[in-house]
Design a protein around this ligand. Structure first.
Ligand SMILES: *[C@@H]1O[C@H](CO)[C@@H](O)[C@H](O)[C@H]1NC(C)=O
Ligand SMILES: *[C@@H]1O[C@H](CO)[C@@H](O)[C@H](O)[C@H]1NC(C)=O
Ligand SMILES: *[C@@H]1O[C@H](CO)[C@@H](O)[C@H](O)[C@H]1NC(C)=O
Ligand SMILES: *[C@@H]1O[C@H](CO)[C@@H](O)[C@H](O)[C@H]1NC(C)=O
Ligand SMILES: *[C@@H]1O[C@H](CO)[C@@H](O)[C@H](O)[C@H]1NC(C)=O
Ligand SMILES: *[C@@H]1O[C@H](CO)[C@@H](O)[C@H](O)[C@H]1NC(C)=O
Ligand SMILES: *[C@@H]1O[C@H](CO)[C@@H](O)[C@H](O)[C@H]1NC(C)=O
Ligand SMILES: *[C@@H]1O[C@H](CO)[C@@H](O)[C@H](O)[C@H]1NC(C)=O
Ligand SMILES: *[C@@H]1O[C@H](CO)[C@@H](O)[C@H](O)[C@H]1NC(C)=O
Ligand SMILES: *[C@@H]1O[C@H](CO)[C@@H](O)[C@H](O)[C@H]1NC(C)=O
Ligand SMILES: *[C@@H]1O[C@H](CO)[C@@H](O)[C@H](O)[C@H]1NC(C)=O
Ligand SMILES: CC(=O)N[C@H]1CO[C@H](CO)[C@@H](O)[C@@H]1O
Length: 470
């Protein structure tokens, strides 16, 4: 404290002279130059033995021994700032570019991982970089102009994107699709025709035809599509509505038809009918001439006097087929004709003409019973009970019983007739009427007790007290 008081009463000059007076007994005390106006130092003043000096605060540099000027650490490159440096009075501060932050040492800048905060504002992927970051979009997205949002890419907008039929864009993707009747192959891009017929015959009843992108049904030949019933139905080729190739007869069957020919024709090449020359085979079965027609044939008898039999094949001759052979009467047997003549005529040597007979004495008169000569001929007649038949020669029995005078039965006999009576009657002497026979007259009719005659019959009965045995 005392020193301090002393200093206060000495000026500088004295102090200096004092110091130089070495060896003097005068006790010199240090003058504190800093005490007065800080020794003229701008910043710090430090008093020393017999002197003093000025110094500056950190960040300042001494000049002209007393004054202090700020050190620009930034421009002098001594700041140690990692990135940006800004000078301040007496100091400096480090700072960092965008995207970096100052470390705890206040000098080093380290990258800020913007992606840690809210994904950096990126829609999809945030990629941190040294000092920055960027957003990335998933495949099939494109980064919006704002660099953060991801917009869907319409892959289909540009040339269908390898889909050969339909391209369907979706958010974030796309897929290929096919028109009806096609399907995707395994690469999921190309469409190939779907063979609808391979499954369930395409739903077709009969034929299924696959086409590119579609298919159609049809019917087997022999069937047609009936639009009313929606079914394949049998074509009735034989009906006028459909054509058939049969030359003659047509027979429809389910799904087909066949042809046939009328008798006398033979089917050839399935459709055509050719005439059969039946006469080539065994003369057509004709006994004489066989004449072929288209489709048939017929027999003919070309030997004079012969005519076709009922079977139209055989030929035979009889009196009506050869009427001119016999002049009068004709008899035939097995194609042989025998002529004869009416009664009163006789066959001449030619075997067919007849000449008239004039006398009953000639055998050929043929009179059966009675022959009577006339002027230039003869006539036949008959005995009683006979009549002349239509040949004027033979006599035939008259059936008198047709209109008889018998009372009961009449029995015709050759040339006559007899009458007879029912049982129980007897024929009268006139040979025609019948009388009842009284049977009781003859041995009591065989009755034991009473006999009662009746017309044509009789009856037995018993006395009182008897009964007829069975
Ligand atoms: C300057 O003076 C101040 C206050 O008296 C002190 O804290 C500092 O250390 C001094 N600086 C120097 C370089 O002497
Ligand atoms: C960095 O600066 C801050 C504020 O200016 C201070 O509080 C801190 O102590 C400083 N750190 C270092 C290591 O200097
Ligand atoms: C980051 O960038 C700074 C400045 O360009 C560089 O000094 C530092 O080495 C980089 N860090 C990495 C990890 O690349
Ligand atoms: C992007 O891709 C990632 C990885 O494949 C997936 O997890 C994410 O869901 C996708 N985001 C969108 C929007 O598709
Ligand atoms: C189709 O079927 C209907 C019903 O059976 C029938 O009436 C019609 O005639 C058929 N159509 C033809 C063209 O035959
Ligand atoms: C033939 O055709 C006519 C007209 O289409 C039809 O009315 C008739 O039913 C058909 N006849 C047969 C047998 O199919
Ligand atoms: C009858 O016809 C056949 C075949 O034409 C012929 O061979 C035969 O000579 C004919 N007979 C007579 C008698 O005309
Ligand atoms: C004669 O022959 C023809 C032809 O065969 C036949 O139709 C007819 O009945 C025959 N006549 C007699 C009387 O046999
Ligand atoms: C008549 O027939 C008899 C017996 O056949 C014969 O003897 C007689 O000469 C015949 N008379 C005449 C005239 O032909
Ligand atoms: C039988 O006589 C009658 C009468 O004289 C005559 O019309 C008829 O033609 C004669 N019949 C025969 C077969 O000669
Ligand atoms: C008479 O005629 C009847 C009926 O035709 C017959 O039953 C009966 O036997 C005949 N009697 C005689 C005697 O011919
Ligand atoms: C404070 C200080 O260092 N005082 C010194 C000044 O010089 C004298 C003489 O040399 C010393 O004796 C003091 O100690």
């Amino acid at each position: 404290m005392a020193a301090v008081v002393i200093v206060m009463v000495m000026d500088k000059a004295f102090l200096a002279s004092c110091i130089s007076c070495m060896g003097e007994t005068i006790t010199c005390i240090d003058i504190d130059e800093c005490a007065y106006e800080n020794g003229g130092c701008e910043h710090n003043c430090t008093n020393t033995n017999s002197s003093y000096y000025c110094s500056c605060f950190t960040g300042y540099r001494l000049y002209k021994k007393k004054f202090c000027s700020d050190i620009d650490e930034c421009s002098e490159g001594i700041s140690g700032c990692n990135q940006l440096c800004s000078n301040t009075l007496g100091s400096y501060t480090c700072s960092c570019h965008n995207g970096y932050e100052l470390e705890m040492d206040n000098h080093t800048c380290i990258d800020i991982d913007e992606c840690l905060t809210n994904n950096g504002g990126c829609d999809h992927t945030c990629v941190n970089t040294n000092g920055s970051y960027y957003c990335q979009c998933n495949y099939s997205y494109v980064l919006n102009h704002n660099r953060h949002q991801c917009d869907d890419v319409n892959e289909c907008a540009n040339g269908n994107n390898a889909c050969n039929q339909k391209c369907i864009n979706t958010i974030g993707s796309y897929y290929c699709d096919c028109y009806t009747g096609y399907h995707l192959i395994s690469n999921q891009r190309y469409c190939i025709d779907t063979n609808e017929c391979s499954t369930n015959n395409g739903g077709c009843q009969q034929r299924c035809y696959n086409t590119d992108g579609s298919y159609y049904c049809s019917c087997w030949s022999g069937y047609y599509w009936n639009a009313t019933t929606n079914r394949c139905e049998d074509k009735d080729e034989c009906s006028p509505n459909w054509s058939n190739r049969c030359e003659q007869n047509c027979h429809n069957r389910n799904g087909w038809y066949y042809c046939s020919c009328r008798p006398g024709y033979r089917l050839r090449y399935s459709y055509y009918c050719y005439n059969i020359d039946e006469c080539q085979n065994n003369n057509g079965g004709c006994e004489q001439r066989c004449i072929d027609n288209t489709g048939s044939y017929y027999c003919d008898c070309n030997v004079t006097g012969y005519a076709l039999d009922g079977d139209n094949h055989g030929c035979s001759r009889n009196c009506s087929t050869d009427p001119l052979v016999c002049q009068q009467v004709c008899h035939s047997q097995n194609d042989l004709l025998n002529c004869s003549c009416y009664p009163g005529y006789r066959l001449t040597d030619d075997g067919r003409t007849c000449e008239k007979i004039y006398l009953c004495s000639e055998n050929a008169t043929n009179c059966n019973q009675i022959c009577t000569n006339t002027n230039n001929s003869f006539i036949c007649s008959c005995n009683d009970g006979y009549e002349l038949s239509s040949d004027n020669a033979t006599c035939q029995d008259i059936n008198e019983c047709i209109n008889s005078d018998c009372e009961h039965n009449c029995t015709n006999t050759d040339g006559s007739y007899t009458c007879s009576c029912y049982s129980g009657y007897s024929l009268d002497s006139d040979g025609r009427s019948c009388s009842d026979i009284n049977e009781c007259l003859n041995e009591n009719g065989g009755c034991q007790q009473k006999c009662t005659n009746q017309n044509g019959s009789f009856e037995c009965s018993c006395n009182n007290g008897y009964a007829l045995e069975n």
